[in-house]
Structures are given as C-alpha cells and as structure tokens.
Design a protein around this ligand. Structure first.
Ligand SMILES: Cc1cc2nc3c(=O)[nH]c(=O)nc-3n(C[C@H](O)[C@H](O)[C@H](O)COP(=O)(O)OP(=O)(O)OC[C@H]3O[C@@H](n4cnc5c(N)ncnc54)[C@H](O)[C@@H]3O)c2cc1C
Ligand SMILES: NC(=O)c1ccc[n+]([C@@H]2O[C@H](COP(=O)([O-])OP(=O)(O)OC[C@H]3O[C@@H](n4cnc5c(N)ncnc54)[C@H](OP(=O)(O)O)[C@@H]3O)[C@@H](O)[C@H]2O)c1
Length: 281
C-alpha cells in the first residue's frame, strides 16, 4: 500500500491564471534527499471521487542542496476537461496540507561518467519547453552551489513572455558567470518565444520560434546555439538534456541525428550517448 507523506504549502506565486510556483515543506521530517532532474509525486483527495487520492508527478525546480523547501512550477490543465489534480492545486493556499511521495526518476539524472570511466566533462545544454524548464532550474542551482566547473547552457521555450518563469534567477546566474569568469562559473541562459506575432509578446526582442530553433543553422552554417557558445556543437563536446512535449524532443533530435547524436534510450553498444530526455507524454 502506498503511504503518503504530508507537507505544508508554504509559498504560492501565481505567475498567471494557469501557471504557479509553489513551495512545500514536509511536516514530519526534513526535505528529502533527491537528485537534480528528479520528480516528486503530489497527491490530494478528490472530492468528486469519494475522496480517492489523485497523485501526479512534478519535476523539482529547487536543487538538492536546498533543504528549506521543495519548489515546483505547475500548469493548470484546463482542456478538454479541468485536470483532476491541477484544478485542486490551483485552489491551495499557503498553510494548506498536501500529500507527497518521495522523489524519484532517472531520465534526467546528470551524467557524471563516460563509458571509459573518465569524468564526463562535456558541455551541458538543457532544453526546457514550458514547465519542462523545472529540472534545469534545479541543474543550474545545483551546479552553482556545488562549484561544478562544467559549461552549462539553459534554453527555455514558452508561448508567452510572462511564462518565462525563472528568467530573473537564470539571468542573475548568467550575470554572476560574466562577473566571475568562465573558469569559476560557466553558465548562460536564453529563451525563445514561440508566438512572437501575438500582441502580448510585442516587447520580445530575443530568439523566436519553438525552442528547438536554437539548433537550426543560419545562412553562415552556425546555429544560434553555436553562436552563443562560440563553438561547433559536436557529439564529442556536448551532451543535451531535454524536457517537454514529445514534439520538442523530436525537433531537437531532427537537428542532432544528422550530426551522429544518439539518445540514452538508443545508446550504442559501448554505452555511449549524447542526449537524455523526459517527455510530457
Ligand atoms: C515525470 C513527470 C514530470 C512532470 N512534471 C511536471 C511539472 O513540473 N509541471 C507540470 O505542470 N506538470 C508536470 N507533469 C504533468 C503532471 O504529472 C500531470 O500530468 C498534469 O499536472 C495534469 O494532471 P491533472 O490531474 O490536473 O490532469 P488529469 O486529470 O490527469 O488530465 C490529463 C488530461 O486528460 C484530460 N481529461 C481529464 N479528465 C478527462 C475525461 N474524463 N475525459 C477526457 N479527458 C479528460 C485533461 O483535460 C487533461 O488534458 C509531469 C509529468 C511527468 C510524468
Ligand atoms: N512529463 C513531464 O516531465 C512534464 C513536465 C512539465 C509539464 N508537463 C505537462 O505538460 C503540459 C504542458 O506543458 P506546458 O504548459 O509547460 O507547455 P506549453 O506552455 O503549452 O508549451 C511550451 C512550449 O512548447 C511548445 N509546444 C507545444 N506543443 C508542442 C509540440 N507538440 N511540439 C513541440 N513544441 C510544442 C509551445 O509552442 P506553441 O506556442 O507553438 O504552442 C511552447 O513554446 C502540462 O499539462 C504539464 O502538466 C509534463
């Protein structure tokens, strides 16, 4: 039988009608140990189904070193019918109780070793579509707080500018990288807006199109991503982590497959791969 733990919702930040950042603090013990990239399962009794508990997975946006709270970014699912758990989550207030199961998941665990036993020091490119950014907010803070010197780039895709949920945090991490120098902290963040023609997005001057367009070569043969890192992206110097719609993962693979990249799901006989992903399904 599943035994749910209890937590208190300590912080609710509504970014827009259907996008929220929430923080949880366990009631009966410390914030659980987890790895950057993992998800936690939340649950609430469903009043429309005799109080049966509805449980769903949510990627953790906070980092393992943060023992103050677990942070999540959640979309209210409205179509075709209101989502069973998210509709309830959006009614929660600070101080309310929620149920949780311990963090788990391997799909986006950070790769530390190459098949030959050497440390994996490849550049890390994280591509998050919408709330699929969450695991990479955890990655960025984890790398920062543990003094990891690997190069890490976070790319976020969103339909609207007010959905760039962690722009402030990620921009300040990049500012710190510029200030301290790449040898101390090597981080960049960029976003792409996929509905640039809409009036609400009229102030957007950055990359446009879905997030995978960062990989599309321009006339000079270099993609915006290669221009950003000032290097040719190859399967020997870069590993990708992608979280989002299956279409985002497929879109990224369409650019990388011709360059010889393979995902962990289809890894080579020697165990090597250059892309890990978690799909919205
Ligand atoms: C590993 C993982 C990590 C995740 N991380 C996040 C995250 O960080 N943030 C986030 O927002 N989400 C995340 N999700 C998605 C999350 O787990 C839920 O799937 C999502 O929040 C919807 O849950 P729900 O109960 O509100 O919707 P559900 O009730 O499960 O509904 C799902 C879909 O079915 C439709 N539906 C519901 N009832 C019916 C019906 N009777 N007939 C027809 N259609 C119906 C809904 O409209 C909706 O489109 C993650 C999922 C996974 C697997
Ligand atoms: N399994 C997981 O790990 C996970 C994690 C987070 C969220 N989710 C669930 O995923 C759902 C939607 O997430 P969201 O609201 O964060 O995303 P979203 O805001 O709807 O979309 C984010 C970005 O992805 C693009 N996109 C939409 N559909 C696409 C497709 N089929 N192929 C490629 N790109 C596409 C959007 O482009 P357009 O502007 O062109 O639409 C937008 O740029 C929610 O129900 C959430 O619960 C699952």
């Amino acid at each position: 039988m599943v035994v749910d733990n209890k937590a208190t919702v300590t912080y609710v930040q509504l970014l827009k009608e259907d996008l929220v950042i929430i923080r949880l603090v366990p009631k009966d013990g410390p914030v659980p140990d987890f790895k950057a990239g993992q998800f936690i399962t939340l649950g609430l009794p469903n009043p429309l189904d005799n109080g049966k508990i509805v449980r769903r997975a949510y990627s953790i946006a906070s980092h393992p070193e943060n023992k103050d709270y677990i942070e999540l970014v959640i979309r209210w699912v409205r179509k075709p019918l209101p989502g069973r758990l998210t509709t309830q989550l959006f009614n929660l207030k600070e101080g309310d109780e929620i149920l949780w199961l311990k963090p788990t998941g391997r799909a986006l665990n950070i790769n530390e070793e190459l098949p030959n036993g050497e440390k994996d020091n490849r550049r890390i490119i994280c591509i998050g579509g919408g709330t699929g950014l969450a695991p990479f907010v955890s990655f960025a803070q984890h790398f920062h707080d543990t003094g990891d010197k690997r190069e890490i780039i976070v790319l976020q895709g969103a339909s609207y500018v007010d959905e760039l949920s962690y722009k402030d945090l990620l921009t300040s991490l990049e500012d710190e990288s510029i200030e301290k120098g790449k040898d101390a902290w090597n981080f960049k963040y960029r976003a792409s807006i996929s509905r640039p023609q809409e009036w609400f997005n009229r102030s957007w001057g950055g990359q446009i199109g879905r997030v995978e367009t960062f990989l599309r070569p321009r006339d000079n043969g270099l993609s915006p991503l290669e221009e950003l890192v000032d290097d040719k992206i190859t399967k020997d110097n870069t590993i990708f982590y992608v979280c989002g719609w299956q279409g985002t993962i497929d879109g990224v693979m369409d650019f990388l497959k011709p360059k010889g990249f393979v995902s962990e799901h289809e890894k080579r006989e020697d165990g090597s791969f250059e892309l890990k992903y978690e799909s919205y399904g």
